[in-house]
Write a protein that binds this ligand. Structure first.
Ligand SMILES: Nc1ncnc2c1ncn2[C@@H]1O[C@H](COP(=O)(O)OP(=O)(O)OP(=O)(O)O)[C@@H](O)[C@H]1O
Length: 507
């Protein structure tokens, strides 16, 4: 039987960057094939070539043994390839059925086809356990269900081969489990899945084979059962990577950030943070564990001055923050810096050169220009040294922000906030989308800051990360703090119960 996909000697350059160098890849039918590699290794580029977003400079694509020319996503769909994007391409005000119809059959919405779509959705729901309300408004669905709509859309268009680019970055653990169950069901029906992810745990759990890219080249393809996370990490990065960073015991110092009875209501009038009290002291990392959407984001945004609480007080170094100071600029001036969770939306401006994105929020920093004007040379020098430290690739401070790979964009924003001598650092999902080599580096940096006396409030949906970094862990559920543990005195199961709202009293 011919392979589902064969890529031969694919090359793609973007100016100076040779994003794909003579890449070969074979994906067998009816398998789940993982692709891993450092940020900027060329994974998304390769998949974009397969899906017709980019055209390769040279090389050959074979699908089911036949050489094909894929010049656009329509060609890819015609060849039986579907793609689930990291940022969904759905029309939010429309229903599930309307979204599935849209773009099918050559880009037009067919009248009278609705009954057919409904019948087909019902069949797919039955075959793959893909239950969904066909009349739900897409914008009102959870992220996990929106992703399901994307998958349904691809299957409806006859996809036999499904490409998923970091599909779990936006999912809760339960949603990720549901997705993997679905991928296995697709495989059982003979479909082929290509999965890009940075999470080696996922690779081990769900793939049959895994290919490793490094600096534009395909360096290895191995059977998943014959490999291990440390081996994959080493193949990706070319050196040994510490998957768990060591930290020493340390007595925390004085309280820096004291939050008392804070409550926050969102734009729609829903109570998102309910009576939260917490303290972050100098030289400690306080982790907030919780399933995404339980108020952690709103808490972080409020502490950063981006939202106003309806009740409660915030003290910084013992002094209560007044209304006039409680805004991002005011908080930053006090020494409270913030690495936002959604870095692509709040972190940088796609059209700006990287060195300008890297100065956002710090344009009054004397290091970036002595007078009222910013000095481009200084800004460029400032970012160059950070690019070196954080291994941002390519090391091109003048390149447009949008031209960096996702993980490298994250590193630029992280470096901007972390390297400004904060007293308190609020950090949301610090390693989302970044590769394991960079995770090791970022974890070391955060621990070094803590050892230097910075107080860190860490929000992450990755329990491993929370447990590895935190001195103290708070769990959040439904906007409330449901428990507090010393990191050394808890485990995943214990935290999992607290995150689900099973508190001491309730138990
Ligand atoms: N449109 C573009 N213009 C210029 N350079 C680009 C463009 N798209 C990608 N690149 C460059 O090509 C290289 C490969 O990027 P790609 O997005 O394929 O990496 P990746 O392996 O998917 O990384 P990540 O894990 O960070 O998402 C990077 O150096 C990136 O900066």
């Amino acid at each position: 039987m011919p392979s589902a996909i064969e890529l031969h000697a694919i090359n793609k350059r973007f100016g100076e960057v040779h994003a794909n160098k003579d890449v070969n890849l074979t994906v067998e039918r009816g398998t789940i094939h993982g692709i891993v590699g450092e940020n900027g290794a060329g994974k998304s580029t390769l998949m974009s070539i397969l899906y017709g977003f980019y055209e390769a400079d040279s090389g050959e694509i074979r699908v089911n043994g036949k050489s094909v020319s894929i010049r656009s996503p329509n060609d890819a769909i015609f060849a039986g390839i579907g793609m689930v994007h990291q940022h969904f391409m759905l029309v939010e005000p429309l229903t599930v059925v309307e979204n599935v119809m849209l773009g099918a059959e050559g880009g037009t919405m067919l009248r009278g086809g609705e009954a057919k779509v409904r019948a087909e959705l019902a069949r797919l729901a039955h075959d793959y356990g893909l239950e969904i309300d066909p009349d739900a408004i897409v914008g009102e669905l959870s992220v996990g269900l929106q992703q399901r709509v994307e998958i349904l859309k691809a299957l409806y268009r006859g996809a036999d081969i499904l490409i998923l680019d970091e599909p779990t970055a936006v999912l809760t653990p339960a949603e990720a489990d549901a997705l993997f169950k679905l991928l296995r069901a697709l495989r059982a029906q003979g479909k082929t899945v290509v999965l890009i992810t940075h999470k080696l745990r996922e690779i081990m759990a769900v793939t049959d084979r895994v290919s490793v890219m490094r600096r534009g080249e395909m360096v290895a393809t191995v059977e998943t059962k014959d490999t291990s996370p440390p081996e994959l990490a080493e193949l990706m990065v070319g050196r040994h990577v510490l998957l768990h960073v060591e930290k020493s015991e340390r007595e925390p110092g004085a309280p820096l950030l004291e939050v008392d009875n804070l409550s926050v209501i969102d734009n729609r009038g829903v109570l998102r943070v309910a009576n939260v009290s917490l303290t972050v002291r100098a030289g400690e990392i306080v982790g907030i564990a919780g399933v995404a959407g339980n108020g952690q984001s709103e808490l972080l945004e409020t502490l950063a001055g981006m939202r106003q609480p309806v009740l409660g007080t915030i003290k910084f170094e013992g002094r209560e923050i007044g209304f006039a100071e409680h805004n991002p600029h005011g908080m930053r001036k006090l020494g409270l810096l913030h690495v936002p969770e959604d870095r692509l939306r709040m972190g940088l401006v796609s059209a700006f050169p990287a060195f300008e994105s890297a100065a956002l929020g710090f344009t009054d920093d004397p290091r970036l220009g002595p007078g009222p004007l910013l000095d481009h040379d200084r800004m460029i020098a400032d970012l160059s040294s950070k690019m070196e430290a954080y291994d941002v690739r390519p090391r091109a401070p003048r390149l447009k922000s949008s031209k960096f790979s996702g993980g490298n964009q994250q590193k630029i924003v992280l470096a901007r906030e972390i390297e400004r001598n904060p007293k308190v650092l609020l950090v949301g999902q610090p390693t989302r989308g970044v590769d394991i080599g960079a995770i090791e580096f970022i974890h070391r940096r955060l621990i070094a800051l803590r050892d230097a006396g910075v107080g860190i409030l860490l929000v992450s949906v990755e329990l491993d990360e929370i447990m590895n970094l935190s001195d103290r862990i708070l769990t959040m559920c439904g906007g409330q703090i449901t428990g507090e543990r010393k990191a050394s005195e808890t485990d995943e199961q214990d935290l999992g119960l607290l995150m689900a709202g099973v508190t001491e009293q309730a138990a």
